[in-house]
Design a protein around this ligand. Structure first.
Ligand SMILES: *Cc1c(COP(=O)(O)O)cnc(C)c1O
Length: 387
């Protein structure tokens, strides 16, 4: 990142330019895909630009990491092969056997599985807590609590957690605060500025934005954490490859324009859902009925492209709606330009069935894309009218 690409510049200026100066030899305007595993050394141990092996560092990945750090308002980032690799690296960097972590009671299913099935056998303890309830979080803190893991908005019920208040609780207890910012993106929410120590992304979602690459990232302003993350990434090896880093960086450039359109379209879909007799409950942080609405207004620019709702007629009706839409594709994942529809109880959240994290079986989740909004509203209305 050159000196002029500072926080004094706007979001999209940094997304497009931070870490992305024209390439020195040819002037290529777009950061090249440095598809190389190793780098020539001029003398033993003397590298030309600090790169010696691509697991430790690669210029395409560095460009992505610099841009991500810049848009999140952090000083360092590490880009991973997936959001889960980022999460695993964060957990193994920040926790050791005997430590305790607080996680949301509606955590992303993969995060819950990682902690419950992989970390627990290694000696980590955890408590699931509704993070909107600060007293419950306080009560769950133990002397061994080293981390509070936050998702806001959460998945799939779009619950809101107060990042600044949780940072206060964590720091008061000698713990760190990590925010999974996948749903909000740095365009809508800046957790580090609100006191978080670490931001995690599944860049597979909005940052990549085109449903064509899996990736993850950790961002921080804490030098010691930054060093730990880089060391663990190099040692554990779950890093982003050059082509994946390049695709993700290409997505990041248009994040702000895409997010504004995602938000516009979602607001129109929410209007439809609120007025449709086949819908019994709508979950969206922009609605005053959402218990976290006031906090969301304080900590988010807008309310995002994810909305969930329950239909009259139960699970069978919900499944019928999911298979009746034509533009909304029935698929897992989220955050791409195309609209998706899914039934969390049997798709993304099947792994939490029977646990405290189980979701209602008549709940439908939408990832509202950036197609023409009239077409999206018509498609969903037709599907809802039919049940
Ligand atoms: C998808 C997702 C992850 C996991 O990321 P992958 O890139 O699929 O490994 C973590 N957190 C949230 C909120 C997600 O949506």
């Amino acid at each position: 990142m050159t000196a002029e690409h500072t926080a004094a510049q706007g979001f999209s200026t940094r997304a497009i330019h931070a870490g992305q100066d024209p390439e020195a030899v040819t002037g290529a305007v777009v950061v090249p895909i440095y598809q190389t595993s190793t780098y020539a050394q001029d003398e033993v141990g003397v590298t030309r630009a600090g790169y010696d092996y691509s697991r430790a560092g690669n210029p395409t990945r560095t460009a992505l990491e610099t841009a991500l750090a810049s848009v999140e308002g952090g000083t360092a980032a590490v880009a991973f092969a997936s959001g889960m690799a980022a999460g695993d690296t964060a957990l193994r960097s920040m926790l050791k056997p005997g430590d305790h972590v607080i996680i949301p009671n509606d955590a992303y299913g993969g995060t819950f599985r990682l902690i419950d099935k992989i970390c627990v056998p290694w000696g980590i303890e955890y408590t699931t807590v509704p993070l909107g309830d600060l007293e419950a979080v306080s009560a769950a803190l133990r002397p061994t609590t080293k981390l509070i893991w936050v998702e806001t908005p959460s998945n799939p019920l779009l619950g809101i957690a107060d990042i600044a208040a949780l940072a206060g609780l964590a720091h008061g207890a000698g713990a760190k605060l990590l925010v999974d910012n996948t749903f909000a993106t740095p365009y809508l929410q800046l957790p580090l500025a609100l006191g978080a120590d670490v931001v995690l992304h599944s860049t597979t979602k909005y940052v990549g934005g085109h449903s064509d690459v899996i990736g993850g990232a950790l961002v921080t302003s804490d030098d010691s954490l930054a060093e730990d993350f880089a060391f663990h990434a190099k040692s554990m090896g779950g890093i982003a490859g050059p082509f994946d880093a390049w695709l993700t960086l290409r997505g990041l450039k248009t994040l702000a324009v895409r997010m504004d359109r995602h938000c516009d379209n979602t607001e129109a879909i929410v209007e439809l859902l609120l007025s449709h007799r086949g819908v019994v409950e709508v979950f969206y942080p922009g609605l005053p009925s959402n218990p976290g609405h006031e906090v969301a207004v304080r900590q988010m620019r807008r309310f995002g492209g994810m909305v969930s709702f329950r239909v009259a007629g139960g699970a069978a009706a919900a499944a019928q709606v999911c298979k009746s839409t034509e533009l909304f594709t029935l698929a897992e994942s989220l955050g791409g330009v195309e609209s998706l529809i899914e039934l969390p109880g049997v798709m993304t959240h099947a792994s939490v069935a029977g646990s405290m994290l189980e979701v209602p079986d008549d709940l439908i989740r939408l990832s509202v894309g950036i197609e023409d909004v009239a077409d999206l509203v018509a498609d969903l209305r037709t599907a809802l009218d039919a049940v």
